[in-house]
Design a protein around this ligand. Structure first.
Ligand code: UD1
Length: 367
């Protein structure tokens, strides 16, 4: 039986671990799964709400690290996680995505000689000013098993000298959660509560430090978004980082007279219900680029680069950057019915990725 420590820390990790935990719990003669939550995200709306809806069991270990600078947060996770790993001696540790919890836990394992598997390996934005890019490169370099979402990720890993034997192309596990949630999300009352049932609206999310930590950049972006909102209401569930900075820069006032509706972060089902009914989505998130591609919803990515080029090449994603005129022009193109991307679902984004991950771990056995 394989003893596996699954790691989550921040919001985008929960939908990736949920389907893996579910299968491991079901195959109880094959797996002894344990769950570690680092506590990188801790607000109810950023963490617990997702556990409930995605049916993730209570964590076996909660490290409670909270927010801090990158160095402090990463170090705190490492110290607390080392204790857990030393005590539990798992056969495998599974880390997902590209947040600080991902690299911190992978690094602990590499030093202790514990096998670590990285889910969502090989994505590259080639922008090293992005903290996630550093986390991705380093986690991949020290992991024993690399689960990828697309062919381009396989090529990126090989180009960095990672042996093909370590790479397993399994597809996108987040889409497993998306398929699980779609039916349940139909019951959400979010559109009714926001008074947008039956009307056209757009959805906006913003939280990248490059967009919201710099006052000038953030202000310029908002000006473009306010212009778009003259033609279509925009629902904007704001991340805590974004909300704090809006207050700090005094930007909330400008929204009051616009059709941009600033709301609290939403639960998984409410958000799924909201964006799946949107005319289009504007975002700087990674996961949302993939989710909109899977559901064929037009997505404008407000970044200069993306580690998820497959969503641009095959899907409904347009990399519009942060130039205000370009953003407005692209949004108006959609509203004028001129957006031409129909989009196709990438290979193996089929809802069965967690199954392939668990099978691969069993095949590799004790490593
Ligand atoms: C983190 C990830 C990012 C991911 C994002 C998703 C890293 C380096 N970044 O960024 O890749 O896209 O999560 O949300 O790991 N805060 C709260 N409540 C919470 C969590 C955070 O109020 O539950 C506030 C704190 O003020 C904190 C700030 O948000 O300082 C930023 O949180 P942090 O986890 O450091 O980074 P994110 O911006 O959330």
């Amino acid at each position: 039986m394989l003893k596996v420590l699954n790691v989550v820390g921040a919001r985008p990790n929960f939908m990736k671990i949920a389907p893996i935990m579910k299968i491991m719990k079901k195959q109880e003669s094959d797996f002894l799964p344990l769950l570690v939550h680092t506590g990188q995200h801790y607000d109810f709306s950023m963490s617990e709400a997702f556990f409930k809806e995605l049916e993730i069991p209570e964590p076996d270990f909660y490290l409670g690290v909270g927010s801090a600078s990158h160095a402090v947060q990463t170090a705190k996770i490492m110290i607390a996680f080392e204790e857990v790993v030393t005590k539990e001696k798992p056969n495998w540790v599974v880390v997902v995505g590209d947040v600080n919890s991902t690299i911190a836990c992978a690094l602990v394992c590499a030093k202790l000689g514990i096998k670590v598997a990285h889910v969502e390996a090989g994505l590259r934005s080639r922008d090293r000013t992005m903290p996630e890019e550093i986390n991705r490169i380093l986690t991949d370099a020290i992991s024993d098993l690399l689960f990828t979402t697309c062919e381009e990720a396989n090529e990126n890993l090989k180009a960095e000298g990672i042996s093909a034997e370590k790479i397993e192309f399994v597809g996108n596990v987040m889409i497993d959660s998306l398929f699980f949630g779609l039916e349940k999300a139909k019951k959400s009352k979010i559109r009714e509560n926001l008074g947008i049932e039956g009307i056209d609206y757009a959805v906006l999310t913003l939280h990248r430090p490059s967009n919201v930590d710099n006052e000038e950049n953030f202000k310029q972006l908002l000006e473009a978004l306010i212009e778009i909102s003259r033609k279509i209401p925009i629902i904007f569930p704001a991340h805590p980082r974004t909300k704090t900075n809006m207050e700090k820069f005094g930007l909330e006032k400008a929204l009051n007279s616009s059709q941009i509706r600033l709301i609290e972060p939403l639960s998984y089902f409410d958000f799924l219900n909201l964006f799946s009914g949107a005319k289009f989505v504007m975002t700087d998130s990674g996961g949302l680029q993939e989710e909109t591609t899977a559901l064929a919803i037009p997505c404008l990515t407000l970044r200069e680069n993306t580690e998820r080029m497959i969503t641009v090449e095959m899907g409904t994603n347009e990399l519009v950057g942060t130039n205000p005129e370009r953003i407005v022009a692209k949004a108006f193109e959609i509203l004028d019915g001129k957006f031409e991307k129909v989009g196709k679902t990438p290979p193996l984004w089929d809802g069965k990725t967690a199954e392939r991950i668990c099978n691969a771990l069993l095949r590799r056995g004790y490593g």
